[in-house]
Write a protein that binds this ligand. Structure first.
Ligand code: ARG
Length: 463
């Protein structure tokens, strides 16, 4: 029978189907670099604490470096019968360095080992997301800078509402993705904790020094309770949520890209590099990238829901159920990293059509609020002004024209207080220019928003 690293008390070998069922090396090998870094730090600490000799630790470190090289070069032979990445590496280490290899696992369990590897992995992924998100914010900010004068309809209920600047619209997404950056940073702070030293669940009898291991690995803290350290996966759940929130934001932008590229809107032209054609209809240029990103959002949510369900009701401490944390996270990680990166590139390449946007302003009475506010300025209570303007809109709609196309005489039939100056008020760019409240769509407010986001980006780079 095949000897397992834990085989001492077993008389029969594992059933083939069970081996296939329990194996994780097929996907957790993605943690090999973290596993080796963790083992090297563990070996060095054991030597500092007098559990191993300096020479033994050096042999282990050199051996682990060789294992890493073999994996990178593709000569490493992964064995399903060795279950997971941890035992594959330890087994190979012992083949290379001999019996000293059997000392590596002193004062350690796979339970604290896997928690460490995965925390290191999640922290690295979060850093990647952070970089990609900042790139996306830069792209949005650049487009916003170029489109401070470009006006388009703002919508509520997907119905024309009030004119806004394109910069203002894009800056709304900047805010969402800036908050996502903050969520990623918060999440990384809590994930950046070393569980090494918790051992199986109760801590260990060896005089370990978890702080020095955490420091060597660049983690910000160490576990406070050994049972918590090996049994919780809230750092995974939290990052799966943060990924879901990022995808939620992306999918809204995707939806707008899809709508805006429809010829009925014609607000953007998709760059060829970010669109695909049809196998039958020669004219087609489809926003598949945005659609796929919207679609992948569902899978990312599923990873969060699945993992929440896996963790529900698990008694302390480690349970094998928790091995199911890896695939959903890897899947979310790949999707989030690619989606944010691609969105950054796509936003940078989007070609906006200011003429189409401006033409759309004349469909849907986007300046009706201006007329109502104008009447308020003439002393009419707002609710009455609202009603009078509604009458004017109904009239204009019936006569197939915009409010600003009505003559002064026509407008005066709704209120004698209307004067020639009403036409300045009805101009769409004037409507935008008047909204200079902080965070509003007025040009000075928008310029301030651009400065603030840029300053935030510059500051948060320093960390
Ligand atoms: N492959 C396992 C996991 O991902 C490693 C820890 C296994 N520990 C154990 N006692 N079986 O969770």
């Amino acid at each position: 029978k095949q000897e397992k690293l834990w085989g001492g008390r077993f008389k029969q070998s594992t059933a083939p189907l069970v081996e296939e069922y329990t194996v994780s090396e097929t996907y957790d090998r993605r943690l090999y670099a973290q596993d080796i870094a963790g083992s090297k730090a563990h070996a060095r600490m054991l030597a500092r604490q007098g559990v191993l000799t300096r020479d033994e630790a050096q042999i282990l470190v050199d051996g682990l470096d060789q294992v890493a090289r073999e994996i990178q070069e593709g000569t490493f032979v992964w064995r399903a019968d060795l279950e997971d990445v941890h035992m594959n590496i330890e087994n190979r280490l012992t083949e290379i360095v001999g019996s000293v290899g059997q000392k590596l696992h002193t004062g350690r369990s796979r339970n604290d080992q896997v928690a460490l590897d995965f925390r290191l992995c999640v922290v690295e992924s979060l850093q990647t997301w952070e970089r990609a998100l900042k790139g996306l914010v830069e792209s949005l900010l650049e487009q916003a800078r170029n489109h401070q004068e470009t006006l388009l309809p703002g919508y509520t209920h997907m119905q024309p509402a009030q004119p806004v600047s394109l910069a203002h619209h894009l800056l709304a997404y900047c805010q969402m993705f800036c908050r996502d950056v903050q969520r990623v940073q918060d999440c990384a702070r809590r994930a950046s904790v070393s569980p090494l030293g918790a051992a199986a669940l109760a801590g260990t009898t060896y005089p370990l020094d978890p702080d020095s291991v955490a420091q060597e690995l660049g983690l910000q803290g160490v576990f406070a309770n050994s049972m918590d350290a090996v049994s919780d996966r809230d750092f995974v759940l939290e990052s799966l949520f943060v990924g879901s929130q990022i995808m939620a934001h992306l999918s809204r932008l995707c939806e707008e890209i899809i709508i805006w590229s429809n010829p009925g809107f014609g607000f953007i032209r998709l760059p060829d590099a970010f669109a695909t054609g049809s196998s039958i209809m020669p004219q087609k240029k489809n926003p598949d990238v945005a659609e796929l990103m919207r679609g992948k959002t569902g899978r990312v949510y599923g990873n969060l829901m699945g993992m929440l369900t896996t963790m529900k009701g698990l008694p302390l401490a480690y349970n094998r159920d928790m091995q199911e944390d890896k695939e959903p996270f890897f899947d979310t990680d790949t999707t989030v990293t690619m989606s944010v990166t691609i969105m950054g590139q796509m936003v940078e390449a989007l070609m906006f059509n200011p003429e189409a946007m401006h033409a759309a302003l004349r469909k849907g009475f986007l300046n009706a609020t201006e007329l109502a506010d104008y009447l308020v300025g003439k002393g009419i209570p707002f609710r009455q002004a609202h009603h009078i303007t509604g009458n004017a809109v109904a009239y204009a709609e019936k006569n197939n024209k915009c409010l600003e196309d009505c003559s002064l005489e026509e407008l005066q039939t709704f209120s004698p207080l209307v004067d020639q100056d009403v036409f300045e008020v009805l101009a769409y760019d004037a409507a935008v220019k008047r909204r200079e409240v902080p965070g509003g769509t007025g040009p000075r407010s928008v310029a301030a928003q651009i400065r603030a986001v840029q300053e935030w980006l510059d500051r948060s780079k320093e960390v």
